[in-house]
Design a protein around this ligand. Structure first.
Ligand code: FAD
Length: 495
């Protein structure tokens, strides 16, 4: 069914945060020659100012844009990221790393974890992480690119600089930027017609991309698309963000340090460190949050902590009529696994695949919404896992999180792994089997059995198999340069 016969030529992007400029860059790079693209942003309103840890899929997005990596990293003060160190999540004083790499070698019938579990039962295996190249490199603060994309990594970046970098890129490809505050959004028959700015300009378009952040000016406020609230599963609804001076250490991983009513991030950039506390206002008041954050900083603060409120969840539709919401305007899951920028790029790619140049089709809208909603729901499950599976019972926050009524999909997954050590990835799901395994083991699940294929190896053969992987990983990681040295040679930040 054709929802709107008119061909789409004029695209208007409302908002110039990470989402707005990523949208402008992707659209101008791919379809800039046939589209007229305008982006409206307000310096006075500003951006959310966080969102500095990414996951490896960002490399794909940058390949589509044909960005030069070293130039992009220098411009955004970026560092490499090999994973996330989860500290105090399973028990206070314990930690594990969820790395981006694969662990060990799988057999086609059974993943490496089955062989590792048998090895552990026989006293032949070291830590699960010792069989993963990226994890070992992270522990040793080392990094290098390897041939054949042999190192899986992402970036830590300065969000403000990233938006400016993409702005320059997009403007060079013809995107028009208009400064001003949107004071009115005209709509008729479920379609957005025009934006009116505070200085009187009226901007009409065929397709509107709502990148206005939590306000969701177009999709939420104007078209009235409701918000599905997930705070019964994800308790955190507040954050305090503060930047600190660099202390000199530049670990190639994000730190996620759990506290009694939330958790704290530490994101090392070349020029400074991004810090923040994500917490639940039901379990921690703002003053206590501020004290907790400020007493756990490594370097000198460069600013006053900035409060941010949010509601975990998603809009019931991300695309309605001629309006597609991308970024925080379409929903938000807290940043524990750095998935928001990933969702921005996934939704942009999806939009480009279904781009309505010849008129907007309702079937495209339905397909888009279904895919987008499934994708965020998988990520939601993965995030809930971090809170629900824990030995911590030392505060009401952790007691309540560990007693949650889980979504059926997640309940099944946890139970399946606990009983059999098996994990299967669902189509279109972001997190691969090894991510689930690292986090499930890391949070404290001990599977009751393993696949019997592992029993076909005798002790000597299993010892050789495990040791040869571990020694290979260790010796490769030790040959890599220190992350800090590698960055200063490869992509030293421009001031
Ligand atoms: P914003 O940055 O809020 O941009 C909105 C834009 O709309 C701005 O340009 C604003 O000026 C404009 N605007 C709004 N109203 C008007 C108006 N009336 N007129 C004109 N312009 C207007 N994501 C990750 O991937 N990794 C992370 O580590 C991460 N950490 C996060 C930590 C926290 C605490 C939070 C809250 C989010 C985090 N995110 C993270 C998410 C990430 O910050 C966002 O996905 C990303 O910044 C995109 O934001 P946005 O562009 O949608 O919104």
């Amino acid at each position: 069914m054709q929802a709107n016969q008119a061909p789409v030529r004029r695209v208007v992007i409302a908002g110039g945060g990470t989402a707005g400029w990523m949208a402008a860059a992707a659209l101008s790079k791919t379809m800039g020659r046939i589209l007229d693209i305008t982006l409206v942003e307000s310096e006075e309103i500003g951006t959310v100012g966080v969102g500095e840890a990414t996951i490896p899929s960002m490399l794909t997005f940058h390949k589509l844009l044909e960005l030069n990596e070293a130039e992009f990293m220098a411009a955004t003060s970026a560092t490499f990221k090999l994973g996330i160190s989860f500290e105090n999540w399973r028990n206070v004083g314990e930690h594990y790393i969820h790395s981006f790499g694969s662990t060990g070698t799988d057999h086609w019938t059974a993943g490496f974890q089955h062989f590792w579990l048998k090895g552990r039962a026989r006293g032949l295996a070291a830590d699960y992480g010792d069989y993963c190249r990226e994890l070992k490199a992270a522990q040793l603060d080392r990094f290098a690119h390897l041939p054949d994309d042999g190192m899986n990594y992402a970036y830590h970046l300065d969000a403000g600089r990233y938006a400016r970098y993409l702005r320059k890129f997009s403007e060079a490809l013809g995107v028009k930027r208009i400064e001003g505050k949107i004071v009115d959004v005209a709509a008729a028959g479920g379609q957005i017609m025009a934006l009116t700015l505070d200085h009187g300009a009226r901007i009409e378009g065929d397709l509107f991309i709502d990148c206005s952040g939590f306000r969701s000016l177009l999709l939420g406020q104007t078209l009235g698309v409701e918000y599905e609230d997930w705070s019964h599963w994800l308790f955190c609804d507040s954050a305090l963000a503060v930047q600190t001076e660099s202390t000199g250490a530049v670990p190639p991983y994000t730190r996620a340090i759990a506290h009694h009513g939330g958790w704290q991030w530490r994101i090392p950039l070349q020029s400074r460190v991004g810090n923040g506390l994500v917490y639940s206002s039901r379990y921690m008041d703002d003053e206590e949050a501020q004290r907790t954050l400020m007493s756990n900083l490594a370097g000198e603060p460069l600013m006053q902590p900035r409060p941010i409120r949010f509601k975990p969840g998603q809009r019931r539709q991300s695309w309605r009529g001629n309006c597609v919401a991308i970024g925080l305007s379409s929903g938000f899951l807290e940043p524990i696994e750095s998935t928001s920028i990933h969702l921005i790029q996934r939704n942009l790619i999806r939009l480009l695949q279904m781009f309505p140049s010849q008129g907007i089709c309702q079937t495209d809208i339905d397909e888009y919404n279904q895919q987008a909603s499934q994708e965020i729901a998988h990520i939601r499950d993965f995030i809930i896992l971090h809170y629900n599976v824990t030995n911590r019972r030392d505060s009401q926050f952790w007691r309540d999180a560990s007693a949650l009524e889980l979504p059926a999909s997640l309940r099944h997954r946890i139970q399946h792994f606990r009983e059999t050590a098996r994990v299967f990835r669902v189509p279109n799901e972001l997190f691969v089997e090894n991510s689930w395994i690292q986090v499930m083991l890391g949070q404290g699940i001990v599977p009751e059995r393993y696949h019997q294929i592992a029993d076909l190896m005798g002790d000597a053969e299993l010892r050789h198999f495990l040791d040869s992987i571990r020694h290979g990983v260790e010796s490769l990681a030790r040959r890599l340069p220190q992350h800090k040295d590698y960055i200063s040679r490869y992509c030293r930040a421009v001031s």
